[in-house]
Design a protein around this ligand. Structure first.
Ligand code: DGL
Length: 274
């Protein structure tokens, strides 16, 4: 039986979901969390939709076995490929998913017709969901969507702040770097982090672009929606004590959750726009 004190189950293809978990923890510190990172199968972004659905189903079953009262799909790729399928399969469960923060990037911009760069995995970029989302705002902004498949393996390898990351991003983002900097000069106002691994590479994305931009992260909307759904269902934890966090991973490493723990403890600037 689930109750108010049951944990919120959070899953991702790997450690990216930690960027969502830290926002959830900040917004609802008294909740208990159980995090499952399927690192052994990362990246999901390069896999078929059928395979992603299968892996997500396994992740949810694991979280149910550990008594989860609600599920947060802390993965844009899994949301794009499997959220509808999972909600149909588990209609009685609260399942909250991700949405790339395109709306806030357009609505909150001070520029009349902002230039927005959406970065995500290949699966998200080519998925119907993002296509529709961008279509809703295409009259109000110039939106470029770019697949950045190289970020996830580097974050999974603990290299989120490395020269390797910077070199990869400089090449990928060449069209958006200034002409003086060897780029093609398509300067953007903001970057939407459309994959939950990407907030960990934010510093290097900014450095690779070579100028300041505002970042938008969908984790904040997901966290607000989780709180709203739990409140509505009468399942918000009313304990006044700090909740617990249990981390699980499918990684083959001897200490599979060490990376997740390190990322969770990184200094973190709580702000939907950075
Ligand atoms: N963190 C995931 C996302 O938000 C997926 C990364 C991957 O496994 O490709 O899209």
């Amino acid at each position: 039986m689930i109750s108010k004190s049951s944990p919120i189950g959070v899953f991702d293809s790997g450690v990216g979901g930690i960027s969502v978990l830290r926002v959830l923890k900040h917004d609802m510190p008294n909740e208990n969390y159980i995090f499952f990172g399927d690192s052994i199968n990362a990246p999901y972004g390069e896999k078929s939709e059928t395979r992603i659905k299968e892996m997500c189903d396994n992740n949810i079953k694991f979280l149910f076995e550990h008594g989860a009262k609600a599920i947060v799909i802390a993965c844009n790729t899994a949301t794009s490929a499997a959220a509808t399928y999972l909600r149909e399969k588990y209609p009685d469960t609260i399942i909250v998913a991700m949405e790339p923060a395109v709306k806030p990037a357009v609505d909150k911009s001070e520029t009349a017709h902002p230039h927005v760069l959406v970065l995500a995995t290949s699966a998200t970029i080519h998925g119907e969901r993002l296509h529709h989302l961008i279509g809703r705002f295409s009259d109000d902004a110039d939106i470029n969507a770019v697949a950045a498949p190289g970020i996830v393996p580097l974050v999974e390898a603990g290299k989120e702040d490395s020269e390797e990351m910077l070199n990869y991003l400089k090449e990928l983002l060449k069209p958006f770097r200034s002409a003086q900097d060897g780029g093609e000069g398509k300067i953007v106002d903001s970057v939407v982090l459309g994959c939950t691994h990407f907030p960990f590479a934010m510093k290097k994305i900014r450095e690779a672009l070579g100028y300041d931009v505002t970042f938008y992260d969908g984790a904040y909307g997901t966290s607000r929606e989780t709180k709203r759904r739990l409140t509505e269902a009468g399942l918000l934890n009313d304990s006044s004590a700090d909740g617990s966090i249990q981390l699980f991973s499918t990684s083959k490493e001897t200490s599979p959750t060490a990376l997740a723990e390190r990322l969770l403890n990184l200094p973190f600037d709580y702000s939907p726009e950075k």
